[in-house]
Design a protein around this ligand. Sequence first.
Ligand code: SF4
Ligand code: SF4
Length: 226
Amino acid sequence: MLLVSEVKKHALSVGGDMVGIATADSLSKAPGYKPTDLLPTAKSVIVIGKRALKGFIEPGKGRSVSWGMIYLNHKLNEICYEVSKFIEDRGHKALPVFFIYETFLKPDTPNFNAVITTKWLAYVPAAVQAGLGEVGFNHLLLTPEYGPLVRLTAVLTDAQFTPDPKTKGDLCPGISCNLCAEACPVGAISADGVDRIKCHNYNDAYQEVLGYSYCAMCIKACPVGQ
Ligand code: SF4
Ligand code: SF4
């Protein structure tokens, strides 16, 4: 029998920094694809986080942010493939949910906001269900260990694992902190949520040159995990 402890150990050994388990059922109402839309027999979701270096975001925006995120996206794709292979070698089905490139859509794409928030398995709600952290005012995952300095990936499997307990949800005081909103150069963060079109418009020109979003002001400003 495949033990969840073996899977977690393997995820860390191939480069993950944190790993948690959610049930597929717990994500049946999350935005985007449900686990069973992608793997019809899915029972568990393994969510893996990799820490981003503080050096990447030290300038707040620029080349090092883009290059750091590009590296992490590739590395996380590798990690979730290796974890999936480990599971399949032990008799279960597994599907790596690779980072995909919806983020490269132009903001004038019809239904842009809906498309970018619904056309993949949403990593952040999965990470919350898997006990890795909570959603901050900046709509990023905040983890107790690394704050928002974490990139995520996920593996779906038909193996049935016991889910991890959710965190307490007391990391972000919201508007009484507001540092991420104050740091955003285009005012995209407010009590109404994050205006993704404003954020993408701001990042778009640089994205074409650097290959990925270049702004991390809302990450750099956050004191959680620092
Ligand atoms: S990435 Fe930059 S532009 Fe987008 S919400 Fe964060 S601070 Fe604002
Ligand atoms: S900067 Fe403050 S308000 Fe924004 S996510 Fe971090 S703790 Fe929450």
